[in-house]
Design a protein around this ligand. Structure first.
Ligand code: WQD
Length: 321
């Protein structure tokens, strides 16, 4: 049995990854600074190292103390819009954090890494679906930090045999259970819920895009499917693979208006969305080609938009109570 350290394991995605890793029979240790993570999301019995990935000594100690075989690195800042205003905080947390982790892994001779990357590495794609060999042209400091992280992993693969996989997440939504919902309100689904909770109309940022219904198209992926992709990647890294980046999406485009309609169906009443102006920097469409991860890792999403919206709504309501 191998043991994996999950950085950011008390966060929204990390808490799902921890559960799937446990279910796979692997040992799990969580490292989190609790800047965004929530301790109650870490299952009983999972050791917690309360530290930042910027703390080189603490990370190396954790790797040695728990005889870690591989790291799933999720601890990072993730709001693309915010990163434009405070780029250096993103570079410190995401780039220096990754650098520090890789140094600690090298010192402790830990040779497997699953890295949390993002569709943000592609920026506005030249076409859809987006395959992994498309150029990386990030359009925010956040996206730039994710590219830099992939480069660092790649270079360590060449230099010292690090076995790594970068997972480029598309638009993550949903919850595996009510206690694991996304507490942040950065993305479309939680923003719709917050508007509804406040008695406001949810907003559609633009209906004049060159798409069939005029609203933006994205690839929404259930966080439980995403968590399973991490474990498939970890399993592959255990076999010593070198240098791969995979999209993690459903390979299906869904428009903002379709998401609004699904929320209306799930809650049983029309959300009465308001069309407002475009938001700066939004590509009209972005969805994944998924052939590579299907054939290389044997992973495929199994949960649909309804499952995402209904589980997210259930978790949202339970938090409101
Ligand atoms: C989705 C669609 C909006 C809110 C961002 C990051 C990306 C990744 C995921 C981390 C867009 C529209 C939204 C609203 C709306 N993050 N929208 N009304 O921008 O695709 O991706 O999150 O890795 O890096 O950039 O996600 O959820 O903000 O928006 O109409 O109230 O919903 O315009 O078309 P996005 P999002």
């Amino acid at each position: 049995m191998t043991t994996w350290l999950v950085t950011g394991g008390a966060g929204y995605i990390g808490s799902h990854v921890v559960r799937v890793l446990q279910a796979s029979g692997r040992g799990v240790v969580v490292l989190d600074d609790f800047s965004a993570g929530i301790e109650s999301k870490v299952p009983d019995g999972v050791p917690i190292v309360r530290a930042s990935v910027l703390d080189r000594v603490a990370v190396e100690q954790a790797l040695r103390d728990h005889q870690i075989d591989g790291v799933i690195h999720l601890a990072a800042k993730k709001a693309a819009g915010e990163s434009v205003d405070i780029p250096l905080e993103y570079y410190r947390e995401n780039v220096v954090g990754m650098l520090t982790l890789l140094e600690a892994m090298q010192a402790a001779d830990v040779k497997a890494l699953v890295y949390s990357s993002s569709a943000a590495v592609y920026g506005t794609p030249m076409s859809n679906p987006i395959s992994e060999d498309f150029p990386m042209q990030p359009e925010s400091p956040y996206g730039e930090t994710k590219v830099a992280g992939e480069w660092m992993a790649r270079d360590c693969g060449v230099a010292n045999g690090l076995s790594w996989i970068a997972l480029r997440y598309f638009n993550v939504a949903g919850a595996a259970s009510d206690d694991l919902g996304d507490p942040s309100v950065n993305n479309l689904v939680p923003m719709v819920f917050r508007a509804l909770s406040n008695g406001e109309r949810p907003q559609v940022f633009g209906d004049d895009y060159p798409t069939p219904d005029g609203s933006c198209i994205r690839d929404y992926i259930h966080v439980a499917d995403l968590a399973e992709a991490h474990v498939a990647a970890a399993a592959r890294c255990e076999t010593g693979v070198r240098a791969e980046a995979f999209n993690v999406g459903r390979g299906e485009g869904t428009s903002v208006l379709e998401v609004m309609n699904m929320v209306s169906e799930v809650i049983g009443t029309d959300v009465n969305a308001e069309i407002v102006g475009r938001r700066a920097g939004d590509p009209p469409a972005s969805y994944a080609a998924t052939a590579a991860i299907e054939s290389e890792l044997g992973w495929q999403a199994s949960r649909d938009l309804r499952a995402m919206v209904s589980s997210a709504w259930s978790a949202w309501q339970s938090n409101e109570r």
